[in-house]
Design a binder for this molecule. Structure first.
Ligand SMILES: [Cu+2]
Length: 314
């Protein structure tokens, strides 16, 4: 995995010096329900890919038979609306708030933005933006008007865990995530098949045009899209490719058998992220394929990372 390949759409707090305020909130369980979730019966499936275009250095292969137990999974990623309900009830403060900044893609930061902005050296299209957090995704002066049905962003793995705790749910394991994303199809590139745009139609929210400056918006979006836009896969799940990266429960290991544990980065474990985001483009990262993998530290957050929850079925 070269630096350039890694960096187009993934950025980590470990890339910059960062200090944060202590957490004071104890999250308690709220109401529990399986509304908006799909029941999946589980079973064996073929995980990963041995395809030429797959990134061997990411551990996309070898293809292996993996079994998952029955579970419920959110049809969509967690929305701003849902996350707001969680925050209102618990007073939870996200890590972006405690660090007082998060990573925003450069095109979304206002030219006359009054706050502090710091460019990430290797990935100058990522700006550590003062005051950016889920409720004001582009920093001070921005808001969620018209975006309550968009995925919540600027949430770290730790934030996602806190939300899950409150919702009586959990993050999917990587295997559960991929099983769900494949929607019953066997060894296809995308949740809907092998072709990116069947009949010229867009099935996901990724980048078109010249990264990182010009997005032609052919799919209708530069940034996040509402969580129910585009067609769901055959399991009724939306945006398993594109829109926002989704946190998974497990620690990232190149070797999925667990023989080669990933070393912590600055003392932080790396957690798996799947699905790719609105910034993914074939020429740069090609990680909107269903077998593609990425990772990040538990306290990292950016404008293209979100999550969905699952629940064990019993
Ligand atoms: Cu990408």
């Amino acid at each position: 995995m070269t630096e350039e390949k890694r960096s187009c759409c993934q950025v980590s707090r470990a890339d910059l010096f960062a200090e944060k305020k202590e957490d004071t909130v104890q999250v308690e369980r709220g109401q529990q329900s399986t509304d908006g979730m799909v029941y999946l019966s589980g079973g064996e499936f073929l995980m990963g890919t041995d395809d030429e275009e797959g990134f061997k250095t990411d551990g996309e292969g070898p293809v292996e038979k993996v079994k998952v137990d029955p579970f419920y999974i959110d049809e969509t990623t967690v929305t701003n609306q849902q996350f707001q309900a969680f925050v209102k009830e618990t007073g939870y403060q996200t890590e972006a708030e405690r660090f007082s900044w998060s990573f925003v893609f450069h095109l979304f930061v206002a030219k006359d933005f009054p706050g502090k902005v710091q460019q990430v050296p290797q990935t100058p299209w990522w700006l550590a933006t003062e005051g950016a957090y889920w409720y004001q995704p582009e920093g001070e002066g921005s808001n969620l008007d018209g975006r309550m049905d968009h995925p919540v962003i600027h949430v770290s793995w730790n934030d996602a865990i806190a939300y899950c705790q409150w919702a009586g749910k959990r993050l999917p394991t990587e295997a559960e995530w991929e099983y769900a994303a494949r929607g019953g199809l066997v060894q296809k590139r995308f949740p809907w098949g092998d072709e990116l745009t069947p009949n010229g139609e867009h099935y996901c929210n990724i980048w078109q045009g010249e990264f990182p400056r010009h997005n032609t918006e052919e799919d209708g979006y530069v940034g996040t899209a509402p969580v129910q836009s585009f067609s769901p896969n055959d399991y009724g799940l939306y945006h398993m490719s594109g829109n926002v990266w989704e946190w998974c429960a497990n620690t990232f290991q190149i070797d999925r058998q667990g023989k080669a544990d990933q070393e912590p980065v600055d003392g932080n474990l790396l957690k798996v992220m799947r699905g790719g985001s609105y910034l993914c483009h074939h020429s740069y990262c090609n990680r909107y394929r269903v077998a593609a993998r990425s990772s990040n530290t538990v306290e990292s957050s950016s404008g293209n990372i979100g999550f969905r929850c699952v629940k064990t079925a019993n």
